[in-house]
Design a protein around this ligand. Sequence first.
Ligand SMILES: C[S@@+](CC[C@H](N)C(=O)[O-])C[C@H]1O[C@@H](n2cnc3c(N)ncnc32)[C@H](O)[C@@H]1O
Length: 301
Amino acid sequence: MKPSGVYGTPPAELAEVPAGAIQFSPLIPGSGPLEQQEEGTLSELVVLAPPGTVERRYTIALALRALAPGGSLTVLAPKDKGGSRIAKELKSFGCNSTETSRRHHRICTGGRPALPVGLEEALTEGNPRRDETLGLWTWPGVFSWNRHDPGSALLEQNLPPLGGRGADFGCGIGILARAILASPKVEHLAMLDIDRRAVEMAARNVDDPRVELRWADIRTGTELKGLDFVVMNPPFHDGGAEDQSLGQTFIRRAAEALRPGGVLWLVANRHLPYEAVLKSLFKRVTPKIEANGYKIYEAVK
Ligand SMILES: C[S@@+](CC[C@H](N)C(=O)[O-])C[C@H]1O[C@@H](n2cnc3c(N)ncnc32)[C@H](O)[C@@H]1O
């Protein structure tokens, strides 16, 4: 019996995930890489599809490649986050599906055709690539994969030289790490991100012996202690929905990881409520720069 798989965490009332299904989401540390799953080796796959078109078509193409002919594929997503396009996208791969609508989601179920079409094109489009404008390796689906995030750019331009041992929380593809590592006094930098693809791209972008990369969920703790600095542009979305508590948790984890006198550099959207939590955990909190809707804080433990 071939194994079955799941991509992400589809709501239980919308799709039944087979018992023992292998998790393939790059956003769940420890899961398997779908791009490395051998062709035709899965009996069934349930995919909570990502919102970005290139990433979604790539994921569906990977799913069809991994499934055995006739294997069952369920793809679902919120209607306004790509769900309404799934049936058409499946059809473009030669896969007929039945579509149902429940709780603002579209749920499409079909069998893997004997000969899917157009997989190579979708796989090429969604693969990692070097973006010459960014000057970095990137992968459709990772944070700000095809543009320079203005918040990160602001912090990059205003980060003072740092020194000692530190961490980059939610490192993405390594934009801030490159600025941090430009300081020769930095001895060690732990780079953590929940997205495996970001960690893989960061490894290509930041080739430096002082770096240690970790695919990890910062919410569950980092085990880092006594650091001299932490740098972050914290996320404020979880599974597509705004979640301000995520950034607040990042700040708590930074406070736990820093030594007394250690410093946190943080950039965030001006409207995000981080100041109170910063003030409750740090000795001195200084708003340093405000520009283009972003704010940079220096917080000393
Ligand atoms: C706003 S982006 C910043 C990325 C990068 N530092 C930059 O400036 O381009 C936030 C990053 O946090 C990561 N992230 C989100 N939730 C996380 C979590 N619970 N644990 C670790 N990383 C997380 C995202 O994958 C994303 O790469």
